[in-house]
Write a protein that binds this ligand. Structure first.
Ligand SMILES: Cc1ncc(COP(=O)(O)O)c(C=O)c1O
Length: 410
């Protein structure tokens, strides 16, 4: 039985062993505890559990052993190799949610109040953008959008408005794969006492660890690379103020009811064990494919953080281990060419979402961003001919062959 307290020297060892407690029935893997409630030996024990005097599960919305393992594993991965100013390993608390959106909602509701404002970047996941722009304003919370790649613009926005209480980042971001500088922006935000939250979905803790730069919260849609196989929707909120996470945030999470479930948590736990090997292969494939697409005459532009032509190449190199598995490209022939290309694919999959073993392609203008007015989305670089690609871990020559034959004019 591996001791989870051993300071593992490698990311995969942490991914495989952390969070796992010996099962009382000696099952190798923590089983799916499909139980909505938990038994008390006597009334007194129930009371002790409710007061927190005795550790133990009470009710499924409040916690579950299969979910706990996934939460502890994610916290271990996001804290891997990071020490505090005294040289001690940082401690984090993760709360698993039913979806990435549920995790973002808990974080926002748990940290902001009417009158507060959020500063964010214009390139964000469509759902997050809608949440910020349509759900929060009636609650009295506003979002201010600037190009956060421009530090002066961020500084000016902060100077102009003392109601800004949170900096919300997503990097790399959907679907033009833009990157913002977590380190510089966090230094700036902390000078104004802001809470800093980062959506780390595209990068995963293997490629990027925002807690290293002093952010307060990380969110993931675990649906993506952390699960890795496209088998479950999920999300996680991770915080570095463990007492606050165990107190206020846990209470809120239980009351809002965006809890995960044991089956999805089990799938996530198994998926995370291979994160390092999958990400290495994803990124290797993405680099090869970006190079192939960049020289193809049917392609006008490739957005990949590993190409020096990407405007955020240096920012990505500064804060990410590799440039990731997400890329997008613009077809020279616009909308018609994009549709024809997508329809011709034989092996790669036509679908939204990302981070699965298989390669997924989508057409943002008609799918993820269909509700955004054309003028606005084009301003964001989401043109009619743009295709987004989540590069899978198939043999890269097969992906290239499928792309090549689908790009041919015949
Ligand atoms: C970057 C990012 N954040 C959050 C979400 C929302 O996650 P979920 O679909 O799990 O709610 C998504 C979904 O695609 C995403 O891409």
């Amino acid at each position: 039985m591996p001791n989870k307290k051993i300071p593992f020297s490698g990311f995969s060892s942490v991914a495989i062993h952390s969070g796992h407690d010996k099962d009382p029935n000696y099952a190798h893997l923590t089983p799916i505890y499909a139980s909505s409630t938990y038994v008390f030996d006597e009334a007194e024990q129930g009371m002790r559990r409710f007061t927190g005097e005795e550790k133990g599960y009470i009710y499924g919305r409040w916690g579950n052993p299969t979910i706990t393992e996934a939460e502890e594993k994610i916290a271990a991965l996001e804290s891997y190799g990071i020490a505090d100013k005294h040289g001690n390993a940082i401690e984090l608390k993760a709360i698993l949610h039913a979806s990435g959106m549920a995790a973002i909602s808990t974080m926002l509701i748990g940290t902001l109040k009417a009158g507060d404002k959020i500063l964010s970047h214009y390139s964000l996941y469509g759902g997050t953008q809608q949440l910020l722009e349509t759900v929060l304003p009636p609650l009295g919370i506003e979002v201010i959008i600037v190009d956060l790649r421009d530090l002066n613009a961020a500084a000016n926005a902060l100077q102009a408005d003392d109601k800004i209480k949170m900096l919300y980042l997503e990097t790399p971001a959907n679907p033009t794969i833009q990157c913002v500088d977590i380190d510089e922006l966090t230094i700036l935000a902390k000078a104004y006492n802001l809470i800093v939250a980062v959506d780390n979905t595209f990068a995963t803790p293997y490629l990027q660890q925002p807690f290293q730069f002093g952010v307060d919260y990380i969110i993931h849609s675990t649906t993506k690379f952390l699960n890795g196989h496209g088998t479950a929707i999920g999300g996680v909120l991770i915080g570095k103020d463990v007492a606050h996470m165990n107190g206020h945030m846990t209470k809120l999470h239980r009351l809002l009811g965006g809890n995960s479930n044991p089956f999805d948590a089990y799938l996530l736990t198994q998926g995370m064990k291979t994160l390092e090997v999958r990400m290495e292969r994803h990124c290797h494939n993405a680099m090869e494919i970006a190079g192939f697409l960049e020289q193809h005459r049917a392609i006008k532009k490739v957005n990949y953080l590993g190409l020096p032509s990407h405007p955020d190449f240096n920012t990505a190199a500064k804060q990410m281990k590799h440039p990731g598995a997400m890329l997008s490209f613009e077809m020279a022939g616009g909308l018609d060419a994009a549709k024809k290309f997508i329809d011709k694919l034989q092996m790669c999959i036509r679908a939204v979402s990302l981070g699965t073993c298989d390669t997924l392609l989508c057409h943002p203008a008609s799918m993820t961003h269909f509700s955004v007015p054309k003028e606005k989305r084009e301003q964001y670089g989401i043109t009619d001919g743009l295709i987004r690609m989540s590069v899978g871990i198939e043999n890269v020559q097969d992906i290239i062959m499928d792309l090549d034959s689908s790009l041919s004019p015949s």
